[in-house]
Design a protein around this ligand. Sequence first.
Ligand SMILES: [Zn+2]
Length: 157
Amino acid sequence: MGTYQCPYCAGYVSDEGGLAGQVVMCPHCGGEMQLPRCATAIPLDGGHGSTSPSSGSGFPAVDTGRTNLAASYRRKGYGKRQTDIYAIVCFASGLLGLFFLPELLTPVCYICAIVSHYRIKENRNLKGNGLRISGALMGIASMLFLFWKYQIGFFAP
Ligand SMILES: [Zn+2]
């Protein structure tokens, strides 16, 4: 029980019980933080406006702007994740590149595949590796088509 401030984005989150000691994700920025194991180490706000940092925990207790932690925090490895927009663009450009403008869409597909790879790796709230890989495979098909069209690489006469 208690309200904590995210060390990354300073957003306020509230544990309505049961999450003490757990590693949780900030609902505002997705950053991971471990809640104090012992709730009594945190000055419980109780609506008195206490903002004094609790010793040792690193999470000041606050009583404003609280978000229900149990409802909005996702425990590590669980919960609904968002599909990375770059993975979607990678898939879309890979698919469209098979039919239209492969010269333009294939590079877009590859760039988005790389960007998406790092975004998904760094942010556990993001998913989309399947989309990204399927997009990249279609991008490879388009690239082979381009090699054939322009007679380069192993299609050179
Ligand atoms: Zn945060």
